[in-house]
Design a protein around this ligand. Structure first.
Ligand SMILES: C[S@@+](CC[C@H](N)C(=O)[O-])C[C@H]1O[C@@H](n2cnc3c(N)ncnc32)[C@H](O)[C@@H]1O
Length: 358
């Protein structure tokens, strides 16, 4: 059914478009609303109406037009996403999640939908904000970052922190505040050929951020190597420890939004290193674990490497079942509160959790 001929010859539509294109959005919206009573199934009118209402931030008002557009175009991924946003902005989170999932059925690599879902699942402060506060509160003398990429996280380090960054393909786009040495190599190559303590002017690692290759065994090797150069006061952050879903946490990357299977390091450390303190901040997009109470003399992980790999590498996302947050020691507390818990000696071995832990 189409009424295109009459809509397009309707003088009000031409006027609405003129207002729309001149940025006179309220006037355009009024005309489009009037026209929709007469031409409720005109896709071009619905699309124009959706555009002005979204620009005007009229979330409630845009929902019927999006729903009608989706009746006419069920595979319109953008419309599913926009409807999800309107539902989210009007407080209907469960319906918004369902809508984002519908969008992903039509486009499994729809980054914006993954990003929204991750912010719904992990409502804490963004991991850059947490790291920024960590530098501020911990004031580490030394900092090591594995996986530097553009330098967006490395730039959060402040002087006089002495920093080492390791990344086989650094693409630095930021000015650093602290003194930083970047090693353009894999972390395995770095630890095989360099002495980290020497690169840190003879000092141990005070703070580290592991954000390199998103595979469990790579993150585990990074942790083992960092711990060899740590002290009992070292704080290690590990990115990507809360997977969003199965496709985005697969070992072979299928999606732009990707955490890999790094999350397995949490159940692994809980099992093999109950002496460590482990909490995972609900920091979007993919969670930020913090580990403390390190023991540079510990050989437990290295000694059990074969058994660990056999047990954890084949694990599937489904292993987390309905207890994902509990199994990954997720806390919804903000970083300063988590730091206070750490200093108070909380959550050794991932058992006793501070308030807000799910
Ligand atoms: C997600 S990015 C890091 C983002 C950065 N930490 C931030 O938060 O802005 C991951 C980086 O890890 C690097 N990487 C990949 N394999 C690596 C490895 N084996 N050792 C160290 N870094 C690696 C990639 O080159 C990429 O730049």
């Amino acid at each position: 059914m189409t009424h295109d001929a009459s809509l397009h010859s309707d003088e009000r539509f031409a006027r609405g478009i003129r207002h729309h294109e001149a940025g006179e959005l309220a006037a355009a919206a009024a005309l489009y609303a009037e026209l929709l009573t007469q031409y409720p199934h005109e896709i071009s009118l619905l699309q124009r109406n959706i555009d002005v209402l979204m620009q005007l931030g009229r979330n409630e008002a845009v929902i019927p037009s999006l729903e009608r557009l989706l009746e006419l175009q069920p595979a319109n991924v953008e419309a599913h996403y926009l409807l999800g946003m309107a539902l989210l902005n009007t407080g209907r989170q469960t319906a918004a999640e369902a809508r984002m999932r519908r969008a992903l059925e039509y486009n499994p690599d729809f980054f914006a939908a993954h990003a929204v879902l991750s912010h719904i699942a992990l409502p804490g402060e963004h991991y850059y904000h947490v790291l920024d506060q960590a530098h501020e509160l911990l004031r580490p003398a030394t900092y090591v970052e594995i996986g530097v990429e553009t330098g967006a996280s490395m730039k959060l380090a402040r002087p006089p922190t002495r920093c080492v960054g390791i990344d086989p393909e650094p693409r630095i786009q930021f000015q650093f505040n602290a003194t930083v040495r970047i090693f353009a190599m894999t972390s395995d190559d770095f630890f095989a050929t360099r002495d980290l303590r020497q690169e840190l002017d003879g000092r141990p690692v005070d703070m580290a951020f592991i954000d390199g290759l998103h595979l469990f065994e790579a993150a585990l090797r990074d942790f083992i190597n960092i711990e060899r150069h740590a002290t009992g006061d070292t704080v290690v952050f590990m990115h990507d420890c809360v997977p969003l879903d199965r496709p985005t946490s697969s070992r072979q990357r299928q999606t732009t939004f990707w955490s890999g299977d790094t999350w397995k390091i949490i159940p692994c450390l809980k099992r093999y290193r109950p002496d460590l303190g482990i909490l995972t901040l609900a920091a979007p997009p993919t969670g930020l674990a913090v580990v403390w109470g390190l023991d540079p003399g510990s050989t437990v992980l290295g000694d059990n490497m074969q058994a660990i790999l056999e047990e954890f590498v084949p694990l599937d996302y489904g292993y987390l079942g309905d207890a994902k947050f509990e199994m990954l020691n997720v806390t919804f507390d903000p970083w300063p509160q988590v730091l206070a818990s750490i200093r108070g000696g909380a959550a050794r071995g991932g058992s006793a959790a501070p308030s807000g832990t799910s």
